[in-house]
Design a protein around this ligand. Structure first.
Ligand code: CTP
Ligand code: MG
Length: 170
C-alpha cells in the first residue's frame, strides 16, 4: 500500500476525534465542567476553560462526523467509520483533553498556558485507547496518527489563532 494511502486512511480514521477536539473552540464557553470547584490540593479541578458546552458540542460534532463517514464509506470505497466509532473516539478525545487540564492544574499551569506535547497529544492518545471499545486502528495507522497529530494540531491551532477563533496559538 502506498504511503499516501496509508496516511490518508490513518487521518480518516481519527478525523472524528480531531473534529471533537476542535468543536469546543467554536461552541464552548459558559458553565465550567468542574463548576468552579477546587481539588483537595486547593487548586481548580479543571479550570474555567473546560466547559459543559464545549464537552457536549465535541461529542455531538464528532459523532456526526462518524455518521457522515458511515454514510460516505460505501460510495467512495472507504470501509471504516461509524456512528459508534465517531462517538467513542470523541468521548476519548474530550476525556483525554480533560485529563490534560487536570494535570496542568496540579502543576500550577494557568488555564490556557502552554504545555507542550501534552496539549497536542493527550486527546488523541485517549481517543485511541477508547477506540478499543468499538474498533481499534491497525498498528501502522496508530503510529501514523501519533506521529502526525502534534504537527497537525499545532498548525490548525495557529490558523485558528490567526482567524481570531482562539486566544492562544497552541
Ligand atoms: N473548550 C471548552 N470546553 C472544553 C474544552 C475546550 O469550552 N471541554 C474551549 C475553551 O474556550 C478553551 C478552548 O476551547 O479555552 C481551547 O481549549 P484547550 O486549548 O484544550 O484549553 P485551554 O484553554 O488551553 O485550557 P487548559 O489550560 O485547561 O488546557
Ligand atoms: Mg490550550
Amino acid at each position: 500500500m502506498s504511503i499516501v494511502k496509508e496516511v490518508f486512511d490513518a487521518l480518516y480514521y481519527i478525523f472524528p476525534a480531531y473534529c471533537a477536539n476542535a468543536a469546543p473552540v467554536i461552541f464552548g464557553g459558559g458553565t465550567p465542567l468542574d463548576l468552579g470547584r477546587r481539588f483537595i490540593d486547593g487548586k481548580p479541578i479543571l479550570g474555567p476553560n473546560k466547559t459543559v458546552r464545549g464537552f457536549i458540542s465535541g461529542i455531538i460534532i464528532g459523532t456526526i462526523v462518524g455518521y457522515a463517514q458511515e454514510r460516505l464509506a460505501p460510495n467512495i470505497g472507504l470501509a471504516r467509520g461509524s456512528v459508534a466509532l465517531g462517538f467513542i473516539l470523541s468521548l476519548g478525545a474530550l476525556i483525554g483533553d480533560l485529563i490534560g487540564s487536570f494535570i496542568k492544574r496540579r502543576l500550577d499551569l494557568e488555564p490556557g498556558a502552554k504545555f507542550p506535547i501534552s496539549d497536542q497529544i493527550d486527546f488523541v492518545l485517549f481517543a485511541l485507547l477508547f477506540s478499543f471499545m468499538v474498533k481499534p486502528p491497525t498498528l501502522i495507522d496508530a503510529i501514523i496518527i501519533i506521529l502526525l497529530t502534534p504537527p497537525i494540531h499545532l498548525s490548525t491551532n495557529i490558523i485558528a489563532y490567526l482567524l481570531n477563533m482562539k486566544k492562544k496559538p497552541w
